[in-house]
Design a protein around this ligand. Sequence first.
Ligand SMILES: NC(=O)c1ccc[n+]([C@@H]2O[C@H](COP(=O)([O-])OP(=O)(O)OC[C@H]3O[C@@H](n4cnc5c(N)ncnc54)[C@H](O)[C@@H]3O)[C@@H](O)[C@H]2O)c1
Length: 469
Amino acid sequence: MSDGSPDTRILCIGAGYVGGPTMAVIAAKCPDVKVTVVDINPERIARWNSDRLPIYEPGLDGVVREARGRNLFFSTDIEAGIREADIIFVSVNTPTKTFGTGAGMAADLQYWEKTARQIRECADTPKVIVEKSTLPVKTAQAMKRIFDAGDHENRFTVLSNPEFLAEGTAVNDLENPDRVLIGSDETSAGIHARDRLVDIYARWVPRDRILTTNIWSSELSKLVSNAFLAQRISSVNAISALCEKTDADITEVTRAVGMDSRLGNRFLNASVGFGGSCFKKDILNLVYLCRFYGLNEVADYWEGVVHINNYQKERFVVNMLGQMFHTLSGKRICLFGFAFKAHTGDTRESPGIFIAKRLIEEQAELIVTDPQALESARRDLADAEGRVQYTEDPYTAAAGAEAIALITEWPEYASLDYERIFQSMVHPSFIFDGRNLLDHRRLHEIGFNVFPIGMPALTHFHEEHDMRA
Ligand SMILES: NC(=O)c1ccc[n+]([C@@H]2O[C@H](COP(=O)([O-])OP(=O)(O)OC[C@H]3O[C@@H](n4cnc5c(N)ncnc54)[C@H](O)[C@@H]3O)[C@@H](O)[C@H]2O)c1
């Protein structure tokens, strides 16, 4: 059997934010390859088979509709899927460990290991196993040890193929990736398996964007890539705090800095802090690995990225408290957006969760609006029932509020009728723009007291009230 032939059968274990979109794009690009996605969660699979997909991603509905039922299948029958497949992607979750050694830092590999054992038990023909989940470097070695136990030796070849998609732009990232990374052993079996996977991606990805490396470099590159991206956000956010003390403007500073071609101008927006399921988890995983290998200085360096992110979120709340006369008790505050970024319904590690909980601690009354994330927001804030209301309509959300805190950079928030919103709010009215998305001058002219990130505030108070908390 050769790849690209009608009888290549791919299985993906884990039908989440990565497994679903990744496999949908492979199926769409390779109509002659059968792609099956399985999961232990029957509700998730049912939604993948319905008109209401379990995740929101621009363009995903169309890709799924094109391939589903033709060569893309979603199922809960994991064992049958394993038996049938030649190539098995594993895309199960690898959250931060919450117990025992490494709690709060290391990756929890229990789902991954269970999957490896299940593959070993069910497989009766040779398989290529592809690590799609983000894993600590050297996981492939542990996998090999599990696969090779008993009389199964040499039936499994492990590859690393980390996923670099960003939520909100997943389909475009998968169709036009900056690079595809495939790590393998330098053995003949490793190289053969690697070439099979290269051939699949080469159907739509230019060859010079398909990188092949040794398996440890591939595993580590994913952690480092996320660490660098998060570091860039924390670097800008750290400087935003200094801008607020000195009347410098972070957008002017980053423009000047970003025009240096060595640095580039992307990913330089100051914000309320990064979220998402990956950045924090992957950096902490990197920190844990460094400590494990006795590299404490390196670990401390990367841990600083997470500290600054926590500081930025806390700073946002403390500033709200200070500007709103040091009490939020009983005040109605509206959160514009709850997703961790625009164009997704995902709220995992969203700064919105931290900010909402801190505001509730201050006894504020919250009203949350978001075009895609209210279902998740309700789950995240279930403990605060009665203290939070939810509505999709931003005008309803803002009515009667004393402050708006913009958490997510949904573009529609930039073009709302803020005159109307101002009229419906309690005065003095505050806007805390956690993404520097809005037209601050215009809002100030309307009557708002405006607090962006890393720029001078625009208020209607006497000067002494303008001092940052
Ligand atoms: N979300 C992202 O943007 C992103 C990007 C790149 C890489 N990653 C990595 O990809 C991996 C998956 O992330 P995700 O966001 O898709 O997670 P997710 O939680 O959305 O999906 C994981 C799925 O795996 C399923 N699962 C767990 N154990 C299983 C088992 N034993 N058998 C079958 N299914 C099982 C879960 O039910 C869940 O549906 C993680 O390692 C993550 O770090 C995520």
